[in-house]
Structure formats: C-alpha cells, structure tokens
Ligand binder design. Structure first.
Ligand code: GAL
Length: 685
C-alpha cells in the first residue's frame, strides 16, 4: 500500500509545470493565471532558480514577490510545488565563498555565470542551503496552496576539489575501516598505487594515464551519497518546521546519471523525475514508457510525479525538434498510465531570452492563440475527464508486472570505464533495448534493484550487470528455486562489488545458474555482426559481442552460424530446480531480441497486458485504481485500431463491449473491473 505521503493528489492529475514569474513583470502573472485556468492547469512549480531574487545580498531577503505569486496562483485555484533554490547560488555567494565553487578533475575551479555551480561538500554551501530553506519552509510550509516541496533541481554537480577530497576520505573510512582493506578493494598492488596514509587518497583527479576503476566507481558512489546527504539536510529542515507537504527532488532520466536512485527514493516522500525524450521518431514512445517504468519502480510501485517533460519541442542532436500536440497528449497519458500523478512540463511560459530561450513553453513565444496552446487546453480537458484514475488502489502496486529488469546505477558506472573488452558496451542502451522489446510485445515491466525481493515476478531479466554482490546472486538463486525464469545478457556477473573478476571462467558469479562458462571473449568491431542459427521464423543477428560458451549442463538452443565461433553455443537454457535460466551470448538486434524475449516470457508464464500482443505501435497499460482499473490505450500508429472488452471510455462514455475505435495517433482511457476478455486489432486505414 502506498505510504501516506505517497498517496499524493489522489483526486486529480496535476497539470502545469515550471513557472518563473521572476522573469516577467507583475501584470503578466495575472494573464498567466487566467490562461492557466483556461487550460485547466492546476499546478505550478515555483522558485527553482530563484535564490538571487529571494536573497539579493547575503542576509537580505525579499519574499514579497513570492508571497504575491503564491497568492495569485492560490486565488486562481493553482497549487504550488515549491522549489528550494539551491541549485543556483547567486553571484554574491560565490564571491563570498570562492572555496564553495566546484573543481573539475583537471583542477580548474568553475565560476558563476550559468547554474548548478557549487561544491556540494563545501560547508559554506551546505550552511547557506539550510538557511534559505529554513526561511522558505517557515514562510510557506503550511500555505494551503502548497502541494509539495521540490528540493533543489536535478542533483548532479560533481566536485573534485579540496572539500570533496576530505569528504571522500571520510566516506572511504566508513566503507573500508582500514587502509589495508581499501588497498585490497582498490587492488593498489597494481601500478604502485598502495596507500600508506589516508591523506594520500584523492578523488580520481586528472592523471597521466588510466585511472583506477575501483577508485572511480567509489568516487561515483561517494558523490551520490554526498548529494543525498545534502538532500536529507534540506528535507529535515523542512520537516522540522512542521510542514506536512511531501518532499521530493526531481531525478533526471536517463541521459546522464550521477545518482543511485534506489537509495535516494527511499528517502523521498514522493519520487519525481524530469524525462526528456531522446528521439522524436516513433521510438520516443518506448522512451517515455522506459522513463516512467523506471521511476515507478524506484518508488516501489507507488504513485510518482512527472515533474518535467518538454512542451513544444525536444532537444535532439543539432536542433530543437517540434513536438506535436497529439504526441504531447499520448506521452502524458503514457506517464500517467504508468503511475505518474501528473503531467508537468518545462515550462509554463517560454522565456524571452537567456540560454533556454528556445526550450518552448505551454505558452510559446507566439502566445496562447497558437495550435500548441490549444493542444494543451485539450490535454487539460482529457486530464479532467480521467481524474478518477488518479486514485490508487488500497493494496498493491499501481501497475502489475510479471517481468522485472534488474537495474542499478552501478551497472552503468562500471560499464563506463575505459579499457573494457569492448568500447561498444553500453549499459543504458542494452537495458533500454530489453525494455523496448517487452513494450513491443505488450508486457508490463518493473525494474528491480539487485538484491531486492523478486518473488512477485515470473521472469527476471539481467541485460548486463558487470558486477554483482553476494546478496544479488542469492536473490537470483531464490527466484529460480521458486520456479521463476531468469534471462541473462553478456558481461553480467563477471566481478564482485569491488570489480574483482571472479576466476574460473565468466560469468563467475552466475556460472552455476546458467550451467555454462565462457572461455573466450570475441567482441566485434563497430558495424560487424554475428549470425545465430535460425529460430524458425528468421535470422537471429547479434552485434557488439560474441564469445566462446562452454555448456556445463545448459541446453543449446541456437549455435553461432559461420565465423570463428561456427557451431558453438550462442543461446542456451538451463533448468535450475523448478526454474529456468536463459542466456544469450551476444546483443541481438531489435527484431530477434523481441522474438527471443517473447518466447522466454511465454515459457515463464508471464502474461501480456491484453492477454495477447497488441497491434504494432499500440501501447496498452493497465493502471490499477481504487474502485476500478483503467486501461490506457495509446494508438501511436498511423492506422485505426479497435479495442474490445468489458469497459467504458471515460472520454466519450462509450462502452467497449462491442468494440471501440481508437483513431490513428489517438487514445482512449477505459474504466474496467475485468482483467480478461480484452482484445485489440488494427483496422484498415
Ligand atoms: C531540465 C531542467 C530545467 C531546464 C530543462 C531544459 O533538465 O531541470 O531547468 O533546464 O531541462 O529543457
């Protein structure tokens, strides 16, 4: 059951976004609220980068403007997600505390002039954060308009300076206790790196040649923990004032990743995320679903909040690509279907100038007479019509999934290291490919932390996780012993948590489960491919990686066809107790990956959302609710589809028993109490 704080906005979905009134004269605020009402906006995220406006000089506070903003919003029925402004200390702060500016690995200290420029371990920075947060919390903590606290913005500034060095040493002392243990874990007998004094231990600063990978990984772990401590301090200041509003911070997914989100999420009342599509092509839909499923999973299946998505355009390499209104609506519904309590945007009004003048807004430069604004009005109407779906079930997760994908920031960090067997190894693309395949096959998916309880899943996927600790391995053993299925990709379980390779053949930590060992690695050149024996429906083609697999009990389902590994095992299956462990020894292309995973899902007993695959390009998600469930049907394709089943479309009040047409690029949200009896088919265009 969601924790009380995570029962957030249960009577309606939030709609709105970042609101920066300090960039505009006061008369515009009134126009803003009038337009918000017109579009159905009910939430504004205020104050994200407002430190300089709130404290124009050290100890001089100006809250009058924010008081008026909050009142204007409240009078217009718009709730406030109040940010703490600590992501961007004002210029006076940096001049007063030059040591609180971050230093890069190359020793260059950064200056103000942009944003996010602070050394998170600097005492002066942390003190200043607590001070401004205390004042904000005392002033607004019990305001009736306050919906939530938005601490900071996208934590992620790393620092290699002197404050970081001192804090890193303290962190290492807690982790390892003694230098002997640190030397063992870091394998410092290599290249004469042995440490004889804690003062010699540094963040991984620029050095002559390759850095120590264990030191780099620990620095990433430390940086995440250090930023988390800064978040906790702000949260505790807020709570100490008695403010009851839930506390969150917006993660950034998934283009960069400096946080270990599982531990962060455990500290938050409400998990929230900024999610920006990495493509404007059709694959953007699978990306939205990926970000949403990850975020819901970080929050253990509870409701969460989409804090930002782009409004009228997306950043893709070299340009700002237009985002069509129908796509904005379908993406928003995908996030809601997968557990978000709202669709918030970056940002309410497009700025007139500044380095993000072209990042768009619900109110674009062209104003509220635009096609895009009308699209947002339509979204507001849709969200109002489906408000009942915001109420979560009394028990259990919002989305029931039979399949879980193991996910951990450390899998990503460890695979970022140079001099691995292949530079083409790419953790996040591999995980995303697995998720995409399941999206295409119509399965609901959770992510799970290595070491977490897996008992509710029929199938667990490990699409690469270089290092696994003992607890993670035990959980996989238990999962198989209980009759679950496991599917493993290459470059998994090679090492322990200190990145020490387990001897005796890869993947050392999982050999006994997979019933095989890998004797030789044969990574491929960029653009090269390997072929596997056909599975009867078409070629199985892989890239990036191949390897010499020696079965030790595993059954070979397909061998390599041609090339140096011709006839050697490529795809295997191994019975372990009541369970089955599947292994693929290359990174399959999209289509064969979908076929292989669909077959694995079927063998495991996992059930697609509709009971059968949905037509191509059609996304169906069941969001569980308090009195009924809601089936979100998103037709991303160019042909109409018919959905048939025991439910009623909330948007038209039409029953679906005899079939309901969903237009190309359209949507339907169906109230239902039945899990079975649903189908969807593509119609002639
Ligand atoms: C987000 C950030 C916003 C804004 C936006 C631009 O990641 O939180 O402040 O910079 O990107 O698209």
């Amino acid at each position: 059951m969601p924790s009380p704080a995570r029962r957030f906005s249960t009577d309606r979905f939030l709609f709105g976004g970042d609101y920066n009134p300090e960039q505009w004269p006061e008369e515009v605020w009134h126009e803003d609220v009038a337009l918000m009402r017109r579009a159905g906006v009910n939430a504004a995220t205020v104050g994200v980068f407002s430190w300089a406006a709130l404290e124009p000089a050290e100890g001089v506070y100006e809250f009058g403007w924010l008081d008026r903003v909050v009142e204007v919003l409240h009078a217009g029925g718009v709730g406030v997600v109040l940010a703490t402004p600590t992501a961007s200390p004002p210029p006076w702060f940096t001049r007063a505390h030059p040591d609180a500016m971050p230093v890069g690995p190359d020793g260059v200290r950064l200056s103000h002039g942009s944003r996010d420029t602070y050394a998170v371990s600097a005492p002066a920075y942390r003190d200043a954060c607590r001070e401004i947060v205390q004042r904000l919390a005392e002033r607004y903590g019990s305001h009736p308009a306050l919906l939530a606290w938005h601490v900071h913005n996208e934590y992620g500034t790393l620092d290699w300076g002197e404050h970081a060095a001192a804090a890193f040493r303290r962190w290492l002392q807690r982790r390892y206790g003694t230098l002997t243990e640190l030397n063992r874990a870091w394998y410092t007998s290599f290249w004469s790196q042995r440490y004889g004094d804690w003062e010699d231990v540094l963040p991984p600063r620029a050095t002559q040649y390759l850095a120590n990978p264990a030191q780099v990984l620990d620095f990433k772990r430390f940086s995440s923990d250090e930023m988390l401590q800064a978040l906790r301090e702000q949260r505790d200041v807020i709570r100490a004032t008695g403010s009851a509003a839930p506390v969150t911070t917006n993660f950034m997914l998934p283009t960069w990743n400096h946080l270990e989100q599982w531990s962060w999420s455990a500290e938050l009342d409400l998990v929230s995320v900024d999610h920006y599509l990495d493509t404007v092509g059709p694959d953007g839909e699978t990306h939205a679903a990926y970000g949403a499923d990850l975020t819901r999973s970080f929050g253990q299946g509870d409701p969460w909040l989409l804090m930002e998505q782009s409004s009228t355009s997306s950043t893709v390499p070299g340009r700002r690509a237009h985002k069509s209104p129908d796509r904005v609506i379908r993406n928003s519904l995908s996030y809601l279907a997968r557990g978000s309590q709202g669709a918030l945007f970056f940002q309410w009004r497009a700025p007139a100038a500044g380095s993000e003048a072209w990042h768009g807004g619900i109110v674009p430069h062209t104003g509220a007479g635009s096609r895009s604004f009308r699209g947002f009005e339509q979204l507001g109407a849709v969200l109002t019509a489906i408000a009942e779906a915001a109420e979560p079930p009394a028990e259990g997760p919002l989305v029931e999934a039979d399949v879980a994908v193991l996910w951990h920031a450390e899998g990503w960090w460890a695979t970022d290291a140079p001099q691995l067997p292949s530079d083409l190894l790419d953790y996040s693309s591999t995980v995303r490919a697995a998720h995409r395949a399941l999206w295409q096959a119509g399965y609901a998916v959770d992510f799970a932390a290595p070491g977490a309880d897996l008992s509710r899943y029929r199938l667990v996927l490990v699409p690469s996780m270089f290092a696994l600790d003992g607890q993670a391995v035990r959980r996989l053993e238990e999962h198989l012993a209980a009759g679950g299925h496991l599917a493993v990709w290459p470059f998994t379980g090679y090492a322990d948590e200190d990145l020490h390779v387990v001897p005796g053949g890869y993947p050392g930590r999982l050999r006994h489960l997979l019933g095989l060992h890998v004797e030789e690695l044969h990574p491929l050149a960029a653009g090269d491919e390997v072929l596997l024996e056909s599975d009867g429906t078409g070629p199985l083609r892989g890239r990036v990686w191949s390897e010499l697999v020696v079965p030790d009990g595993a059954e070979v389902l397909a061998a390599y066809a041609g090339g140096g590994l011709d006839g050697k095992a490529a795809l295997t299956r191994h019975r372990v107790g009541a369970g089955v462990a599947h292994y693929v020894s290359t990174f399959l292309d999209e289509e064969p990956l979908r076929r292989w995973l669909t077959a694995v899902c079927e063998q495991s007993g996992a059930r697609p959302v509709l009971g059968a695959p949905a037509p191509e390009g059609v996304e169906v998600v069941r969001r569980r609710g308090a009195r009924a469930d809601h089936l979100f049907v998103l037709n991303h394709s160019g042909v109409p589809v018919r959905v048939t089943g025991p439910g009623t479309n909330l948007l038209t009040s039409s029953p679906a028993d005899a079939g309901l047409r969903v237009e190309p690029r359209g949507w339907a949200v169906l109230r239902t109490t039945e899990r079975d009896g649903w189908s969807a088919e593509a119609l002639e265009a």
